[in-house]
Design a binder for this molecule. Structure first.
Ligand code: GTQ
Ligand code: FE2
Length: 365
C-alpha cells in the first residue's frame, strides 16, 4: 500500500540511542513526527472507526417505553431522548462521527420545555401522532411519515396532547458541533408558548405550496423555512416516479428505485447546512447499484422488508429499524416487499468543503 519505507540504512547502535533520545525529546515538547504515522493520518481512502450497525425499532421502542415510566421529562434533562451509540465510537452517543440519532419518547400529556441551540435538528415520524412541536412559537403537528425541521437557534418544545404515548426519530448534528467546539445553548420558557393544535403550521401555510413562494420573502435562507414536509406529498412524489417509469418516462434514480430529497425552497439545496435528508422507495425485488460516498448516514426503514448490504454483509431490516452507514462503506439496497426508507446524512458539509466523492462499484444485477 504505502510506498517503501524511506530508504535509510539500519541505524547503528549509537544512532539508535540518539534516535530514541530525539523521540523522547519530541514527546517532552508535545511534538510528533509525521513519518511514523503516515498510514493512519493520511490513508488512501477513508478508514472509519464507526461501524455499520443496525438497531431494531421494536427493541428501541420497548426500552423507550421503560424510560417513559421511570424517567421524568423536563427542565435540565430537557428531552427523553435515547441516542444510538455506534459500537465503533468508543461509547459516545453518536450514530456516526457527525450525526446524532435518537428515539425520543413523550408520554400522555407530557411537555418537553422550550430551548434553543446551535445544533440543527429534525424529527422523522415512523408511527403515531398527537405531539405538536412548537418551533419559534409555531405549533407543528407530527404524524407518521412527516419530516419536521428545527434548524439551529430556533426555540422549540414538544407537547403530547393525547392520552397515548408517542415516539419518533430525532436527527441532529450534535457530534459535528461538539468536535468543532461551536455549540451554544439557551433555555426558553418552561412550557410551550402556544398550546394550540392546528392541522397546518403557519410555516406550511406560507411556504408549503409546490413551486410557489411568497413574494414577501425572496431572500436566500441558510435553512428551509418549511417546518414540516408532509407524508402525503412525499408518498405522492414517490408513487408518481414509479408510475412514470412504468409508462416509459424518466424520473427514477435506478430501475424500480424512486427517490426524493427534501430541499430548501429558497436555494434548491439541502434543508439545513449540515444535514441532507432523502426518502427512497424500491419496488418489490428491486436492487440498487453498489456505491460508496464520503460522509456517513443513517437509514430508517419506514415500511416493508429488505436488506441493506454494507461492505458485503447483508443486514435484513423491517419497519422502524435504523442503520448507521459509515463513510466510504460499499452500500446496496435490496427490496423484498415494497421497501420505503428515510435517510439522512452529513453530505452537505463535504460538498460545501469540496471534499465530497462517490464511487459506483457495481450496477444492479
Ligand atoms: O428535541 O430538542 O434527541 O435538543 C437531542 C437534543 C432532541 C430536542 C434530541 C435535543 C432534542
Ligand atoms: Fe433541542
Amino acid at each position: 500500500m504505502n510506498p517503501a519505507e524511506p530508504s535509510v540504512p539500519e541505524p547503528t547502535p549509537e544512532e539508535q540511542v540518539a534516535l530514541d533520545r530525539l523521540y523522547a525529546d519530541f514527546g517532552a515538547e508535545n511534538l510528533m513526527p509525521l513519518w511514523t504515522q503516515l498510514d493512519g493520518l493520511m490513508p488512501e481512502h477513508p478508514t472509519p472507526e464507526a461501524r455499520a450497525h443496525v438497531w431494531e425499532w421494536k427493541r428501541l421502542y420497548t426500552l423507550a417505553q421503560r424510560a417513559g415510566s421511570l424517567v421524568p421529562v423536563g427542565r435540565g434533562g430537557e428531552r427523553r431522548a435515547i441516542a444510538l451509540a455506534n459500537p465503533g465510537l468508543g461509547g459516545r452517543p453518536y450514530a456516526t462521527p457527525t450525526l446524532w440519532a435518537a428515539i425520543q419518547y413523550l408520554g400522555p400529556r407530557e411537555v418537553a420545555p422550550e430551548h434553543r441551540h446551535s445544533q440543527n435538528a429534525f424529527r422523522f415520524v415512523v408511527e403515531g401522532e398527537g405531539v405538536w412541536t412548537v418551533v419559534d412559537g409555531d405549533p407543528v403537528a407530527m404524524r407518521r411519515g412527516d419530516f419536521l425541521l428545527t434548524p439551529g437557534w430556533h426555540f422549540h418544545g414538544h407537547h403530547n396532547t393525547t392520552d397515548t404515548a408517542m415516539a419518533w426519530l430525532d436527527g441532529l448534528d450534535i457530534p459535528f458541533v461538539h468536535h468543532t467546539d461551536s455549540a451554544f445553548f439557551e433555555f426558553g420558557p418552561d412550557e410551550v408558548t402556544d398550546r394550540s393544535t392546528p392541522d397546518l403550521s403557519r410555516s406550511e401555510r406560507l411556504w408549503a405550496h409546490p413551486g410557489l413562494r411568497p413574494v414577501s420573502a425572496l431572500e436566500r435562507r441558510a435553512n428551509s423555512p418549511i417546518a414540516a414536509y408532509r407524508w402525503e406529498h412525499t408518498d405522492r412524489a414517490l408513487a408518481e416516479q414509479l408510475a412514470l417509469e412504468e409508462e416509459g418516462h424518466p424520473g427514477t434514480v435506478g430501475p424500480g428505485h424512486a427517490a426524493v430529497r427534501y430541499t430548501n425552497p429558497t436555494t434548491g439545496g439541502d434543508v439545513m447546512p449540515t444535514i441532507r435528508a432523502e426518502f427512497h422507495r424500491l419496488r418489490p425485488g428491486a436492487e440498487t447499484a453498489t456505491r460508496r460516498e464520503v460522509g456517513s448516514s443513517v437509514f430508517q426503514v419506514f415500511d416493508g422488508d429488505g436488506a441493506i448490504v454494507l461492505d458485503g454483509v447483508e443486514h435484513r431490516v423491517g419497519r422502524g429499524d435504523l442503520v448507521a452507514v459509515p463513510s466510504w462503506t460499499a452500500m446496496r439496497l435490496r427490496a423484498e416487499s415494497g421497501f420505503d426508507l428515510f435517510r439522512f446524512s452529513d453530505t452537505p458539509v463535504f460538498e460545501a468543503l469540496h471534499q465530497a466523492r462517490t464511487a459506483i462499484e457495481e450496477e444492479p444485477a
